[in-house]
Design a protein around this ligand. Structure first.
Ligand SMILES: [Zn+2]
Length: 151
């Protein structure tokens, strides 16, 4: 017996997220969606974020650009541009969060994930940093990832 938490990253996506929400609702499952700030800039993304919350799921910050792992990002303002900017959008649309998942660059769990300024911000603002322990690499194997996940 074990607990399993499903999470969905990199949305909200106008094609994928509604389908995921429909499946979760049909099976009475709850999940957490780790969303990207750059996908919350238009009304479609904002409406999807509101739907995620309205249907009882968690919503969380998964960076703004999802482009460079924070530990490898040399920008001095990475906290502002990747974390605070996304949180600002989530608050504006009524879905504030204190959950954060860094961009893993392919699932890496090492020093590439975070840097000191990011850790200091997450601690000061009392975030929970949510990582992962199973990566079926769905992006690399769209047909076979389910078997990988079940294994
Ligand atoms: Zn991601």
């Amino acid at each position: 017996m074990f607990d399993l938490t499903l999470t969905f990253d990199n949305g909200p996506d106008p094609e994928v997220t509604p389908r995921v929400l429909d499946v979760l609702r049909a099976r009475s499952l709850r999940s957490t969606f780790f969303v990207l700030g750059r996908k919350l800039g238009d009304p479609v993304g904002q409406d999807l974020a509101r739907r995620i919350r309205a249907e009882g799921h968690g919503i969380a910050n998964h960076t703004f650009t999802h482009a460079v792992p924070l530990g490898e990002n040399p920008a001095l303002d990475v906290v502002e541009t990747e974390i605070v900017a996304t949180d600002r959008l989530l608050e504006e649309i009524g879905t504030p969060t204190r959950l954060f998942r860094p961009f893993g660059g392919g699932g890496n769990l090492d020093r590439r994930l975070l840097k000191r300024s990011v850790v200091d911000h997450l601690v000061a603002e009392r975030y929970s940093c949510v990582l992962w322990n199973s990566i079926p690499r769905d992006w690399a194997d769209p047909e076979g990832w389910v078997e990988t996940a079940l294994d």
